[in-house]
Ligand binder design. Structure first.
Ligand code: FAD
Length: 463
């Protein structure tokens, strides 16, 4: 069989919100972009938990701008409108965007097509082949450009190590293996598959390796909103505790996360969490998905029988697979820390703003918490250096694999932020390839200026 080889400027691995942002931004900037997505749908977690609100899009009530704003505007301009800004019913979260998930997916495919991205669904990136370094040394010239932007915490093991390069990536689809030879790679796989195999150091979960619970979501359709949401408690605690006490609900359902969906009478149920699952292990995910289905069915029956307003409703849009919040956190040139959030740091190379709470979900035997990350009315930014490995000159990463400590991670992982991280790396890829430089050498000011021109708000040096 002849070997299939595809050449491209940029390979984006993973078509979640981060991969979407990276691919559209890079293709609009003139690159030939190949986007590989292992499943049959764009969106990643957004597709696995359909209808999940875009949270964190409005830090201190101003939209972060860029692609999430454009996508949301396109949906809102439809007749009838397919998205709207609403207050979030949960504590410490700002306003969010609710949308029709099918029309959102359709529009994302449209935006990718309009930008000229080659979208390969059902195609998985397996492993990179590394090239020995050119003459550059990590931490040499790169330090000059990016250190100006603030303190760099390069992983010690890599400081001064020779830079490497990804030469090609082995992939497969149903027709068998193929090779992609890209000039640049952005890992948006959510799990950092390719970056980890390329040798980027990472941590799984928190300091003890505990990852947040995975979740299977569903909708209840035909709910009488007025009756169901008459009670001010957003977590339906009294009903939930009763259900747990009498054995009709799993003990982890002592609070129910039930939110009005986009369409009248629909309720998004983001409540069924399965603990202790390693999201990088397909067998563990399959088991958790089956267990989650059972608990969702149980919860739907409980709502119909016991919670006012749900009697005539039915279950729909059950997740095809569990949504995974947290697996690998890659080690970047800068690791965003909880302290940075608390101080509301605005980095000179900040590429997106955020004021999301510390949204922690059942790590080990922990509970659900969403305590405020910083003082009310303030925000922080995510630095570009958190998306850069120390010693691979043509690799970036974006989305929930951002370099962050467990506390910061619990805040930065909202879909609008993931999309903007993707947009920043896609834009950076175009700038770095244009100027023939390693991504670590790209002057932060140039990237920030390009992103501001694309409508990203509150980024770069505080002003
Ligand atoms: C249950 C749950 C509830 C959440 N609630 C909210 C919320 O209400 N609001 C909010 O804004 N955020 C929420 N989040 C967080 C947010 O959804 C995620 O952090 C975000 O979607 C991550 O985006 P991503 O693109 O980085 O990764 P993902 O969405 O995980 O996308 C990665 C994509 O890469 C693909 N892929 C993986 N490996 C490969 C490979 N080797 N080759 C090709 N493709 C590959 C996957 O199939 C997937 O499509 C929630 C997350 C979960 C799990």
């Amino acid at each position: 069989m002849t070997q299939r080889i595809e050449n491209t400027d940029l390979l984006v691995v993973g078509g979640g919100t981060a991969g979407f942002g990276a691919a559209v931004a890079a293709a609009r900037a003139g690159l030939a972009v190949t986007l590989l997505e292992a499943t049959q749908k764009i969106g990643g977690v957004m597709a696995f938990c359909p209808g999940m609100p875009w949270g964190g899009a409005f830090p201190v009530d101003r939209i972060i701008g860029g692609l999430i704003e454009e996508l949301s505007d396109r949906l809102q301009a439809m007749e009838p409108p397919a998205a709207e800004k609403r207050p979030c019913s949960l504590e410490n979260f700002g306003p969010e965007i609710l949308y029709d998930p099918d029309l959102a997916t359709l529009t994302m495919f449209d935006m990718l097509a309009e930008a000229g991205v080659t979208v390969r669904l059902g195609a998985t990136a397996m492993a990179p082949t590394m090239l020995a370094s050119n003459r550059e040394q990590a931490g040499a010239r790169s330090g000059a450009a990016l250190n100006d932007a603030g303190p760099t915490k390069a992983p010690e093991a890599h400081a001064g190590a020779p830079r490497q390069k990804i030469a090609e990536v082995a992939c497969y689809d149903r027709n068998g293996p193929f090779i992609v030879r890209p000039k640049m790679v952005i890992d948006c796989s959510g799990d950092g598959d390719i970056a980890a195999k390329a040798g980027v150091p990472y941590k799984l979960g928190d300091a003890n390796g505990n990852m947040m619970a995975v979740t299977l979501s569903f909708h209840m359709i035909g709910v009488d909103w007025r009756t169901a949401f008459a009670d001010a408690d957003p977590y339906f605690t009294a009903y939930a505790r009763q259900g747990v006490a009498e054995g009709s609900l799993h003990p982890d359902l002592s609070q129910l996360y039930l939110m009005k969906g986009f369409h009248q009478g629909s309720v998004f149920c983001n409540s069924v969490h399965v603990r202790g699952v390693d999201g990088t292990d397909p067998a563990a995910l399959a088991t958790a998905t089956q267990e989650g289905r059972r608990r969702c069915h149980q919860l739907a029956q409980f709502l119909q029988k016991r919670v006012p307003g749900f009697a005539g409703a039915h279950m729909a849009h059950l997740s095809p697979t569990v949504g995974v919040r947290e697996t690998r956190k890659l080690e970047g040139l800068y690791r965003l820390a909880g302290q940075d959030l608390a101080q509301g740091r605005k980095f000179p190379d900040g590429i997106v703003s955020c004021d999301n709470p510390i949204d922690d979900v059942m790590r080990a035997d922990g509970g659900m918490t969403h305590n405020a990350a910083l003082k009310k009315g303030d925000y922080y930014t995510i630095p570009f250096r958190s998306l850069l490995p120390a010693s691979i000159s043509n690799l970036m990463f974006a989305g929930r694999i951002v370099s962050a400590d467990p506390l910061a991670f619990a805040s930065v992982r909202g879909m609008p932020q993931c999309m903007a991280m993707g947009q920043a790396t896609g834009t950076a890829a175009a700038l770095a390839l244009r100027d023939g430089m390693a991504v670590q050498d790209l002057p932060a000011a140039q990237l920030v200026a390009a992103l501001r021109a694309q409508g990203l708000n509150r980024i770069g040096p505080a002003r």
